[in-house]
Ligand binder design. Structure first.
Ligand code: TYM
Length: 335
């Protein structure tokens, strides 16, 4: 049987990258007869400093974003990670299965510590991928929809599952598949087509936030870095034009069109014609989500209720898998 799990860190506002690379895909996978479990990974967020009040607000805002984008608590399990302690417990077991060398090879770890003193990073930041493996495997999840940047972490999850199964001579944890599909698996910065769009980029103009006003979205797209060439009639002909590719990918993902169909519509035209159309499309897609998010944020108690209910459902799946793990590992369980 198939089971979908994915998560997002409540470490700041949501970007267009999170929306197209993750949330929109989460919604598409919901209600297909497969169990879908979506988490707000607050325990991952604190691997770097988070102001406690801001973390609470951002967790509820992320929940509001999930709901506003179309995730439905009657079809998907929605909860925040820290309310289901099995994640942290299995994470510890995996800290003892995974090897330091595996963590050292993670490009996200290398990026986050490059130019800085890695000795001053939290131990949690180093072990981050091991907790992520626990998030996934504590549900025996088989499919994990993520953006391109999380591929290596999902591959590490496979390695951890395989080593556990091998060391304990069991066939217990499934080998999970990353699901990285669509036109927007790696949305790039609007200011630099070689950098990923990210909530932590110091330049706000580099990204579209889900909470941006319509005129801000339009302004950011108008100012987005491009080149002076007209658009060609096929995506292959965009080779070497990173910024142009990125905007076409965003258009395709927002409209549900193929990239070549988008270019079929704009071939021969320049960005002066393309950008206003992209801005209209982005505003039309995102404004209803942001309006709904603000409405939901008026009632944080209702959000907390949904997260609590989701945590109960998640716990009911995770707890027996954790208990079985403890048994396999050799822990005495006598109460
Ligand atoms: P996070 O919070 O950085 O990002 C959440 C999701 O958004 C995707 N994403 C993007 N997709 C396309 N273009 C972009 N520019 C872009 N930026 C972000 C990410 O790939 C991700 O899917 N480690 C994870 C959170 C996590 C998790 C998990 C995910 C913890 N446990 C278990 C899956 C399963 C993270 O930091 O994502």
């Amino acid at each position: 049987t198939q089971r979908v799990f994915s998560g997002i860190q409540p470490s700041g506002g949501l970007t267009l990258g999170n929306y197209l690379g993750a949330i929109k895909r989460f919604v598409e996978m919901q209600g297909q007869g497969i169990e879908t479990i979506y988490c707000m990974v607050d325990m991952h967020a604190i691997t770097v400093w988070q102001d406690p009040e801001a973390l609470k607000r951002q967790t509820r805002e992320l929940a509001a974003g999930y709901l506003a984008a179309g995730l439905d608590p009657s079809k998907s399990i929605l909860f925040n990670q820290s309310q289901v302690s099995a994640h942290a417990e299995l994470g510890w077991v995996f800290n003892c299965v995974a090897r330091m060398g595996w963590m050292n090879r993670m490009t996200q770890w290398k990026d986050k510590t490059s130019g800085k003193d890695a000795e001053k990073s939290s131990l949690g930041l180093f072990a981050y991928p091991s907790l992520m493996a626990a998030d996934i495997l504590v549900y025996h999840a088989t499919h994990v929809p993520v953006g391109e940047d999380q591929k290596q972490h999902v591959e590490l999850t496979r390695d951890i599952a395989a080593k556990f199964n091998h060391d304990y001579k069991v066939d217990f944890f499934p080998i999970t598949n990353p699901v990285i599909e669509g036109s927007a698996t790696r949305v790039m910065s609007l200011r630099d087509g070689t950098k990923k769009m990210s909530k932590s980029d110091p330049s706000d103009a580099s990204r579209i936030n889900l909470t941006d006003e319509a005129d801000t979205i339009a302004k950011k797209i108008k100012k987005a870095k491009t080149d002076a060439e007209p658009l060609p009639d096929s995506f292959d002909a965009l080779e070497g034009r990173a910024e142009a590719k990125n905007l076409v990918n965003i258009y395709a993902a927002l409209s549900g069109m193929t990239k070549d169909a988008v270019l079929g519509e704009f071939a021969g035209q320049g960005f002066g014609a393309f950008k206003p159309r992209l801005a209209d499309l982005a505003v039309a897609s995102l404004a209803p989500i942001s309006t709904e998010m603000s409405r939901l944020m008026q009632d944080p108690a209702e959000i907390d209720r949904i997260l609590g209910e989701g945590a109960d459902k998640a716990d009911a799946i995770a707890r027996p898998i954790l208990e079985k793990t403890y048994d396999i590992v050799g822990m005495v369980r006598s109460r």
